[in-house]
Design a protein around this ligand. Structure first.
Ligand SMILES: [Zn+2]
Ligand SMILES: [Zn+2]
Ligand SMILES: [Zn+2]
Length: 219
């Protein structure tokens, strides 16, 4: 969703009666970092806020249900409660501490931002990356092969195929936004990383870095 399309006020997705106001991050302003009170993940820039709460725009606008091409069944939006125990996000392998998408307590759980990641990203230069749940080659960032673990990753559709875990993009976010490089990865991968990292942080300008994005069906 483009920043200009965001509503000025939205109801909190899990707290009836609580309204959240859109707080813009205009180009040129220093982006404001925050910790989302919905999903407990880091955010940056444009956000939805009340007097005491701040949420990613994608958490504030999270739909109650989601169909995702990588997930069987329907994902439901729910809050993490103590009886859930330890949950982790299947896409990024990070801890799930707040709002998340789940298919009735069964595999997998997903952060709202991870559930919303594009299933296809075409970056400048024409390379297209597809979101996958399993890979057969090494990740360009961590160089790890799949074993018993399988965090989601982006795979280039062109040969030679390139793989990048969502987890690894997330880990490199502070470097990406601190003006540094991307740990020696190529320029195209750096653009992919910036798009994905920007979307995870809720930066509505991030999609502009890509030529084409395809999102999960009904988001
Ligand atoms: Zn959030
Ligand atoms: Zn995640
Ligand atoms: Zn990796």
């Amino acid at each position: 969703m483009d920043a200009a399309d965001l509503p000025d006020e939205v109801p909190h997705p899990a707290r009836p009666g609580l309204m959240l106001r859109l707080v813009h991050h205009h180009a040129g302003d220093a982006p404001v970092n925050f910790r989302c009170d919905g999903c407990r993940e880091p955010g940056e820039g444009t956000r939805c806020a009340s007097a005491n709460l701040v949420l990613h725009t994608h958490c504030a606008l999270a739909t109650p249900t989601l169909q995702h091409p990588l997930v069987r069944g329907t994902l439901q939006l729910r809050r993490h409660v103590a009886s859930d125990g330890d949950l982790f996000c299947q896409a990024c392998y990070g801890d799930v501490l707040g709002l998340h998408k789940t298919s009735k307590g069964e595999y997998p759980d997903l952060h709202p931002c991870c559930a919303k990641l594009p299933v296809s990203i075409t970056v400048r230069g024409g390379l297209t990356f597809e979101l996958r749940e399993e890979v057969s080659r090494r990740c360009s960032s961590c160089r790890a092969m799949e074993g018993y673990w399988s965090p989601w990753c982006y795979r280039s559709t062109n040969e030679p195929r390139v793989y990048l875990h969502v987890k690894c993009i997330k880990e490199i976010m502070p470097v990406l936004f601190g003006g540094g490089g991307g740990g020696g990865v190529g320029e195209v991968l750096l653009v992919l990383m910036r798009v994905v990292a920007g979307l995870l942080l809720g930066d509505p300008t991030a999609p502009l870095l890509a030529v084409n994005l395809i999102f999960p069906s009904n988001w």
